[in-house]
Design a protein around this ligand. Sequence first.
Ligand code: KG4
Ligand code: ZN
Length: 331
Amino acid sequence: MIVLGIETSCDDTCAAIYDGRALLSSVISTQLIHQRFGGVVPELASRSHVQLVLPVVRQALNQAGLERKELQGIAVTFGPGLAGSLLVGLSMAKGMALSLRIPIVGINHLEGHIWANTLSDPDLASRFIVLIASGGHTQIVFVREWGDYEVLGRTRDDAAGEAFDKVGKLLEVGYPGGPAIEKLAREGDSEYTRFPRAFLEEGSLDFSFSGLKTAVLNHVQTIGSEQTRKHFSDIAASFQRAVIDVLVEKTVTAAKRMGIHRICMAGGVAVNKALQEHMTRRGREEGMAISWPIPELCTDNGGMIARAGFYYLQQGITSPLSLSPAPSLNL
Ligand code: KG4
Ligand code: ZN
């Protein structure tokens, strides 16, 4: 079965084609218009999706060497995300499904992130713990079976990627902050200062990153602009270390608690090499296997949606054409 995946939940317009064995194509158009605002502007995002979605789908077909009539199903993100942005992808998917007389299936964006792991590792079996850490979400999920997910912990305020973006804004390194802070942190001393790690109540697998962001702000205000400039990379490294310590410890604790020896990662923050190294080191100490998708499959992409959609469509599970955006959809 040849499935087209469409993803427009935030600021990336994405389309990809999956045939049950591999991704035949994947096109990601990142909307650069948001950079100058230091964050995603919802209205601009949906307008850009309108302009980009058709060329992006066309390019995905071209890259795969397919004509649209060869498609057999369409998977589309219907939540969570920005309502206007989701609507563009959904409208595109419905229009194509109607004209091609093929089924559609709505996919939860977070489930898509989890499935991305199977594109990098096709033999990945269910029963694993996955840390989803992106700009909009931070969750620890137990994948009991495909389609059967238990959220063990989630952020109570900012997402991990959001913390990177906000501290990036504070340090004026541009948007998104994550890649820039990682680069800076490589030259810095992560022991320079100890920012707070919010572990919350004993045993809690939830996260809280808003205090950390405030601690960085207070630190910068206390030492002043000259010292901040001097210790730019040290501040970035110390901040990054605080985020990573909490992400890793909570994920490993979740795996131990569930008696699981396999941890996967997903979402834009999973691209971070320091996180990958730290998680691998801690996992090894606990006898756990750790893996994550290649960078283009960690951040938002259409491949993960096509892959998840393939799973459902193959079982005859489809969505009605009345499917509408679900901005606050949970797993
Ligand atoms: O998964 P994603 O592309 O979009 C969402 O669903 O949110 O994740 C984007 C987030 C941004 O907050 C960005 O700063 C963060 O992932 N990110 C990183 C890195 N690359 C992207 N955070 C830390 N280190 C990175 N290398
Ligand atoms: Zn995402």
